[in-house]
Design a protein around this ligand. Structure first.
Ligand code: ZN
Ligand code: ZN
Length: 117
């Protein structure tokens, strides 16, 4: 078995050679970047967008169909985004739902659990 050629670590200025993208020393550093900090930024952005959307659209659309006025607490994705950022951030794909309707929707949709950002 030929050994994989080693490449320099992608961390700026690091002289170490590695078989992956980063040397052992920097691997954990950059893995943390991708999952931790990036997700927290994403989460903050979503909290803000969600809050703004619910201020403009404060009533549950499903309750309105039943002639009831119930405050929405959840922004639901009409078409499940399944992690697709384009669908996720497309406001025309958002609808305000109360917790009751959101829960009954996610229960019926092939038990797919919503991504919680
Ligand atoms: Zn390195
Ligand atoms: Zn409702």
């Amino acid at each position: 078995m030929p050994r994989k050629p080693k490449k320099p670590c992608k961390h700026p200025g690091c002289p170490n050679l590695t078989e992956g993208f980063y040397c052992e020393e920097h691997e954990s550093l950059h893995r943390g970047e991708r999952t931790g900090a990036a997700n927290r930024g994403y989460n903050r952005k979503w909290q803000k967008a969600r809050g703004r959307f619910l201020r403009v659209n404060p009533l549950c659309v499903e309750c309105q169909k039943e002639g009831k006025y119930v405050r929405a607490t959840v922004v639901d994705h009409i078409v499940p985004h399944r992690g697709d950022p384009v669908l996720f951030w497309d406001e025309s794909n958002w609808q305000p739902l109360c917790k009751h309707h959101h829960d009954s929707k996610t229960m019926t949709e092939d038990r797919y659990q919503e991504y919680r950002y």
